[in-house]
Write a protein that binds this ligand. Structure first.
Ligand code: PEP
Ligand code: MN
Length: 264
């Protein structure tokens, strides 16, 4: 990748603050749930609302997302609150539907980044887009695979790119759901200092009590933003219940964070 200097500018071009805050439920569940959460996040430090519409479940049989109807709920939430909308896309068909429904930000999930064919399919479907596209690290600790995913998008003339650090799978049980392996993200940051780096403490910790600490660690490492799963009723969420926080708790977390100035 050459000329990556231009990348950081999308944060300014889209008028996004530092640090960037993305928040919303793991999954869109009902229209009411989406609208309630979005209303709570309006007029806060949150700029982008996230919600999974198609959920990549490790094993079949769980809730796999509401699908296309959820995109209509997000359009409604955007019209009412002014928040930009972000969804995960894993196929060209997802991309087409997301674009048809004016989704602002598309992210590639950790189970998709591992698959070069899938990433290429998404890159082809998004060719030349000016939308913001975020690439989560692959589930396995492989820096080259993460960089390769970003390069496939960059080569498709997609320039408003960022990356999300969501931790890495391990067979051993640790205090984290996905081990942060900070060094991998730091290596990415050192290699591509102009690609915005966003922390996903929700999927790293799997535990709402650890969200603040991991987010603060990332900000201390000069990350550009955070994506935090936020739900109106976390304990009863249809996916990732243990790690979601309420909108009130999210606001407290953001208030308590020590934020370094960009110029520090
Ligand atoms: C998610 O963001 O809800 C998700 C499925 O994340 P990941 O791809 O990091 O597992
Ligand atoms: Mn989730």
């Amino acid at each position: 990748m050459e000329n990556i200097k231009e990348m950081r500018t999308w944060l300014n071009n889209f008028n996004l603050p530092h640090p960037l805050v993305i928040a919303g439920p793991c999954s869109a569940e009902t229209e009411e749930q989406v609208l309630k959460i979005a209303r709570e996040l309006k007029d806060s430090k949150v700029s982008i609302f996230r919600a999974g519409i198609w959920k990549p479940r490790t094993r079949p049989g769980g809730f796999e997302g509401v699908g296309e109807i959820g995109l209509k709920w997000l359009q409604k939430a955007k019209a009412e609150t002014g928040l930009q909308m972000a969804v995960e896309v894993a196929t060209a068909a997802h991309v087409k539907l997301a674009l048809e429904h004016d989704i602002d930000v598309l992210w590639i999930g950790a189970r998709t980044t591992v698959n070069p064919f899938a990433v290429q399919e998404i890159a082809d479907a998004l060719q030349n887009t000016e939308k913001i596209v975020l690439v989560k690290n692959p589930v396995n600790p492989d820096l080259a695979l993460w960089i390769g995913g970003v390069e496939r998008l960059y080569n498709a003339n997609i320039k408003n790119l960022g990356v999300i650090h969501r931790g890495f799978s391990t067979y051993e049980k640790t205090k984290y759901r996905n081990n942060p392996e900070w060094q991998i993200a730091i290596d990415f940051q050192n290699k591509f200092p102009d690609i915005p780096l966003i922390i996903d403490p929700s999927h790293i910790t799997g535990n709402r009590d650890m969200i603040f600490q991991v987010t603060q660690e990332a900000l201390d490492l000069n990350y550009d933003g955070m994506i935090i799963e936020t739900h109106i009723d976390p304990d009863n969420a249809w996916s990732d219940a243990a790690q979601q926080v309420t909108p009130t708790r999210l606001k407290q977390i953001i208030f308590d964070l020590t934020i370094r100035k960009e110029t520090d």
